[in-house]
Write a protein that binds this ligand. Structure first.
Ligand code: UDP
Length: 315
């Protein structure tokens, strides 16, 4: 049984990853709960194979005993969250990643960094391949996240080169599914919560911009395959099926049977116009591709929100 550290273990993708890994491993989840939620890991707290440490990884941490693998996911990741916490976002992507790389060096652990499609900024190439350098505004509203992750990628690459640790990078594209916060501000969670409550679905811009949405279990499968492989990356992980935000809104309205209306708001600064991953590398190197189509994934996510909103009586 491996001993695995997951930073951001109470976050959206982190908690989905922990739920999968705990079947065969001992998990040490670290999270400062800035944007993660203890509720995501509540059912695991009594599991003898699970240790939760509430800690901010920008501060170095001692972990007793061996660590075989480190999945480094900690970071505010929705645009609303990182615009609210820009300094924390930059610190975790620099000091936090540095501390986890040091931990990997000390423990001789394999290390995986979860980067983002945001390193491509508002891309001028479609779909985005890993060799594309991106189109990022270094001082815009998204720069704390985009440049933070770009700095972190460089840190990981240089640690690998100069310390010899086994460090690797995946670039995660838009992901959705259970454990998303209803108020995280992302488009899928916003639209589902709005549709279930009968309030207006607010499209930012004219609705013609695109994204490609990957279901959480698919994403977790790709991340685990990357860790198990000899690949160093960066490798894109995401669902290559691209849709407009208008068509996402229509699909969610139809699937929820909601009578909510669609309204339009201003597009936030530097909001990428088009985004879709080229996942050729993941297919060839990892033998991975998504298996859950949008409708199936949305159905499960809608059910999950129906249950959790019902329990909480709020979002
Ligand atoms: N968006 C929207 N309505 C919302 C939330 C987001 O129209 O309530 C748009 C947003 O402007 C962006 C896309 O949906 O073009 C995806 O936004 P999200 O925040 O989910 O993630 P991003 O891909 O921008 O990081």
């Amino acid at each position: 049984m491996s001993r695995i550290v997951v930073t951001g273990g109470a976050g959206f993708i982190g908690s989905n990853l922990v739920s999968r890994l705990i079947e065969h491993n001992h998990i040490i989840a670290i999270d400062n709960l800035l944007t993660g939620s203890i509720e995501n890991i509540m059912t695991l707290l009594d599991n003898p194979r699970f240790t939760f440490i509430e800690h901010d990884i920008t501060v170095p941490i001692d972990i007793a005993g061996e660590v075989d693998k480190i999945y480094d996911l900690a970071c505010p990741a929705s645009p609303v969250d990182y615009r609210r916490y820009p300094l924390e976002t930059m610190q975790v992507s620099s000091k936090g990643v540095h501390n986890m790389l040091e931990l990997a060096k000390e423990k001789q652990a394999k290390y995986l960094f979860t980067s983002t499609s945001e390193v491509y900024g508002d891309p001028l190439e479609h779909p985005q391949t890993e060799s594309y350098w991106g189109n990022v505004n270094p001082i815009g509203e998204r720069s704390c996240y985009d440049e933070g992750k770009r700095f972190a990628e460089s840190l990981v690459v240089n640690y690998r080169k100069f310390t010899g640790i086994d460090a690797k990078i995946v670039r995660i594209f838009n992901t959705y599914g259970p454990m998303m916060r209803g108020d995280d501000g992302r488009v899928v969670s916003n639209f589902i919560v709005q549709a279930l409550r009968g309030s207006d679905l607010a499209i930012y811009g004219d609705g013609n911009h695109t994204r490609s949405f990957c279901y959480a279990t698919d994403m977790v499968g790709g991340i685990i395959r990357m860790m198990a492989s000899e690949e160093t990356g960066p490798i894109n992980l995401g669902n290559p099926v691209e849709i407009t935000i208008s068509s996402l809104a229509d699909t969610i309205l139809e699937m929820t049977g909601s009578s909510s209306k669609i309204t339009y708001k201003d597009l936030p600064q530097d909001d990428p116009t088009r985004r879709s991953p080229d996942i050729s590398l993941a297919r060839v190197k990892l033998g991975w591709e998504p298996t859950v189509d949008l409708e199936e994934g949305l159905l499960k996510t809608i059910h999950w929100f129906e249950t959790t909103l019902g329990q909480k009586g709020d979002g």
